[in-house]
Design a protein around this ligand. Structure first.
Ligand code: SF4
Length: 342
């Protein structure tokens, strides 16, 4: 039975895959960070992390939490002092890489986290696995796994099991292999992400494969899609990955690749429909180039349109309901979707 971790009222490991992101503002610049936290939460993030990279940043968590009213996770590197300050300020979870913290300091962090009931994510990265593990285990995925195992056992030996685990790499295949091993050994919730995945275009591919292939096997409890730049880009990609795999309901537009039978600006129609609908809307829409195959091919869609010469037919569950010209069809489709949801 998988353990469930409570992060300020948001549960990780209860079967619902949560979406995470991280701010990139200077944490202690309260207005900027608050603005980004609010934007991320309103666009669909379930949990957001901030860098606790200075004392001011760690202390700022108190004010941010008070104004935000949502959970905040603190990202800690190297400094036990910052970990303690972040927990004191009310961080709902901290993320540490125990490989870069001294053993005695780790014990202090664990004791305080136990006292405060603060969950800890042990994050192991392929780039920071200690030499002793790399020498003992030539396969990188095994070196990462045994490094993580070592720390899990250390936390457990110190009576701490309020854990989330993660092992990340920018190498997608390695990412998949190590997380498969971890999932088969531990029942702690698992945080998935492909680290340093690059700008949007490459991050989408790497994350879809690196995170999606694990989720498809039932591995993973919370995800973060890392994209260089504005973190707001991350949420729709994360939601799309979850939606494609059936973990979340959201707007699903299927459209054909077009061929000689299509005499319409189909790509433009798809973009227009997408731009006019809320991406969180739970509806399957088909937009097909021709009526010869369109409605039949898309019979599982709730509603759709298909080219028919210079007109388009509108169909619902594979049955044709009317014919419209190009100018009116998008508005008619949007109106019908609105009625379906009334
Ligand atoms: S739906 Fe029609 S236009 Fe689109 S690919 Fe199939 S046959 Fe071609």
């Amino acid at each position: 039975m998988k353990k469930v971790v409570n992060v300020g009222g948001v549960f990780i490991g209860d079967g619902n895959i949560t979406i995470q992101s991280m701010t990139n503002t200077v944490t202690e610049h309260i207005d900027d960070t608050l603005h980004q936290l609010r934007a991320l939460y309103s666009s669909g993030a379930d949990l957001v992390r901030v860098s606790a990279n200075t004392k001011d940043a760690a202390k700022a968590i108190y004010t941010l939490k008070e104004k935000l009213g949502k959970p905040i996770i603190a990202d800690i590197h190297f400094s036990p002092t910052l970990a303690m300050l972040a927990m004191e300020a009310g961080a709902d979870k901290i993320r540490i890489n125990p490989g870069n913290i001294e053993t005695a300091d780790l014990v202090k962090i664990i004791k305080y986290a136990n006292q405060k009931k603060t969950p800890i994510r042990i994050g192991v990265n392929s780039g920071s696995v200690k030499k002793e593990f790399l020498q003992k285990y030539p396969k990188q995925e095994e070196a990462m796994f045994y490094s993580l195992k070592h720390y899990v056992e250390f936390f457990e030996a110190n009576d701490f099991n309020n854990l989330v685990l993660s092992a990340k790499s920018s190498n997608v295949s390695l990412n998949i292999k190590v997380n498969e091993i971890i999932a088969s050994h531990f029942d702690y919730p698992l945080h998935l992400g492909v680290t340093e995945a690059g700008i949007r275009e490459s991050a989408i591919i790497k994350s879809s494969i690196g995170i999606g292939s694990l989720l498809a096997k039932g591995i993973g409890d919370t995800i973060r899609v890392s994209i260089t730049g504005d973190p707001m880009q991350e949420i729709p990609v994360a939601r799309d990955i979850l939606s494609v795999l059936g973990y979340r309901k959201s707007l699903n537009i299927v459209s054909c690749p077009t061929c000689a039978r299509c005499s319409l600006d189909l790509e433009e129609i798809v973009r227009e429909v997408k731009s006019k609908l809320d991406s969180a809307l739970d509806v399957d829409i088909a937009i097909m180039g021709c009526a010869v195959n369109g409605p039949g091919e898309a019979k599982n869609a709730d509603i759709g349109i298909a080219g028919a010469g210079k007109e388009l037919v509108l169909f619902e569950k594979g049955e044709v309901k009317g014919r419209y010209n190009r100018q009116e069809v998008v508005d008619v489709l949007i109106e019908r979707i609105g009625k379906m949801r009334d």
